[in-house]
Design a protein around this ligand. Structure first.
Ligand SMILES: *Cc1c(COP(=O)(O)O)cnc(C)c1O
Length: 387
């Protein structure tokens, strides 16, 4: 089935053994059993069976199956947020003495997880150049290499297949944060990645009203490990959140196609070699990883950035005053267009944007011409010093 069809047709959830004390939307803490013997043997149902509400109800399982199908994976787990998905993989896979590699352009809370939490527990991390060679950084301690492509805010596209090849030759696992692309535009598992993460909060939820994350795998043992880690830590999700995500996913393909086209058009129109700023969008020739994006991706989503010289920060407040359409805020991927002024100054080791004022743009579903008018005004105010 085509991805667009998969999005609209919810698969059937397995109902065997599911006898909840509640009525649909399938909410349950308690799962009841036919007999004392069935109850005693409940662990035999395995990581995919119904034994307790924490590991999901049929509602959760429909969403899991749908995301697995989009990723061409075997299993998915749903967790309370995108950040929880990243943390769950690292907590499940890494042990004291292990090392994880994260790209310099990683989602900042992932860097904070490594720096502030894992380091204190004997797990160290190395920050690598997302568009540089990786082989020399892989040693016997390295257990996991993290990918995020395009990178947060500065949009560098990584060579996933090359990283996977280098890692798998050394028995190192690879995880990929695929939130920008969604499984409609890129399928990390088909390029060899072991763990594909989505912040469902963004394009799958699609309406800025829920928080969820997913992890999709090919390997059953990885699935069992994730389920076990989740139940040990007491992590589960509400079927109500899942049912919102199930509604959002139905329209994701048309939303994404629309915002992708509008965002790319804006990025192209803003690009101007005479301007004092640089537009960061993987579809622009010359963008970091542009050729890889053309090779690997089905298209672009609705998020890109514009990098201004640091002194533009003095004009920021004035330039973002009186916006009628764009809201100022983070967590993109909804129906409302957003602008987020960002600095990566305290984070970056590589690349030219360490000192830049970065304006991250997320395109929503408002009228294209009205959005263009407002965006063009903001960019020109930031670009030219006020008289
Ligand atoms: C938003 C985001 C996350 C985290 O998702 P939450 O659900 O907000 O925790 C992770 N990775 C990327 C690339 C994101 O944009």
């Amino acid at each position: 089935m085509h991805d667009h069809t998969i999005c609209v047709q919810h698969p059937e959830a397995p109902m065997a053994g599911y006898a909840s004390l509640t009525t649909p939307t399938h909410r349950a803490s308690t799962i009841v059993f036919d007999s004392a013997a069935a109850y005693a043997a409940r662990k035999d149902r395995g990581p995919d069976g119904y034994t307790y509400g924490l590991s999901g109800t049929p509602t959760t399982k429909v969403l899991e199956r749908q995301i697995s199908d989009l990723h061409r994976g075997s299993h998915t787990v749903i967790v309370p947020s995108g950040q929880a998905a990243i943390a769950m993989i690292m907590l499940a896979v890494l042990k004291p003495g292990d090392r994880v590699l994260i790209p310099d352009t990683v989602y900042p809370p992932t860097r904070a997880l490594c720096r502030n939490y894992l380091a204190a527990r004997g797990i160290d991390h190395v920050i690598y150049d997302p568009v540089g060679p990786i082989d020399d950084l892989l040693d016997s301690r390295t257990r996991l290499v993290w990918i995020e492509s395009p990178g947060s805010t500065t949009m560098e596209v990584q060579d996933v297949a090359a990283i996977v090849q280098a890692c798998h030759a050394r028995n190192i696992l690879v995880g990929c944060d695929n939130t920008w692309a969604t499984p409609l535009l890129f399928k990390p598992l088909l390029h060899g990645v072991d763990f594909a993460v989505e912040a469902l909060t963004k394009y799958i939820g699609g309406h800025s009203d829920l928080l969820l994350g997913s992890i999709t795998v090919r390997d059953k043992d990885h699935f069992a490990l994730l389920r076990e880690t989740m139940s040990t830590l007491g992590i589960g999700v509400s079927p109500d959140e899942c049912s919102l995500a199930l509604r959002g996913i139905e329209t994701m393909a048309v939303r994404l196609r629309h915002v992708g086209a509008v965002a790319q058009g804006f990025a192209e129109r803003l690009s101007d070699p005479q301007a004092g700023y640089t537009v960061l969008h993987p579809a622009l020739p010359g963008a970091a990883g542009h050729e890889i994006w053309k090779r690997d991706f089905e298209g672009a989503s609705g998020v890109f950035s514009v990098a201004f010289p640091a002194q533009a920060a003095t004009r920021l407040d004035e330039s973002l005053q009186g916006l009628a359409l764009f809201a100022i805020g983070a967590s993109w991927g909804g129906t409302h267009s957003l602008l987020a002024p960002m600095s990566v100054e305290n984070d970056r080791h590589f690349g030219p944007y360490g000192k830049s004022l970065l304006l991250r743009v997320s395109i929503g579903l408002e009228d294209e011409a009205e959005l263009w008018q407002e965006l063009q005004r903001v960019v020109s105010l930031l670009d030219s010093p006020a008289e």
